[in-house]
Design a protein around this ligand. Sequence first.
Ligand code: THU
Length: 134
Amino acid sequence: MVTADYSDLIEHARAAMSRAYAPYSNFPVGAAILTDTGNIYSGCNVENAAYPLGNCAEASAISSMIMGGDNSIAAIAVAGFGDELCTPCGGCRQRIREFADEATPVLIGDNNTIRYTSTLGDLLPLSFGPDNLN
Ligand code: THU
């Protein structure tokens, strides 16, 4: 069982946000994953002149996690500016679902502050995941 330090996790997401490549939307996003093994992986959005090819921050963080040899998300933090909460997009909710369950905390923040704490189950109810294929 991991004792999560969520303020540390949102700090990692904020640091990742500062590395975003978002020249088209000018909307930098950072994500940080705490794994069940206690490791932290982060990622930022990476846009492309061919707009649909851009990657979300959560997808980048998941790629980093897999490359690091982990595959179980204990908590995930997402950081982005704006009046509205920078909640994970629908596609990223499903990406997170692959490696998390309904109780997994999803922390939404901005510049080093957690603004809202949710769970994956609240963001993606009645989800379809790996167990559905058993
Ligand atoms: N974005 C993310 O990185 N994660 C989300 O969950 C929401 C949106 C990025 C994609 C795009 O680069 C920019 O934010 C504007 O949509």
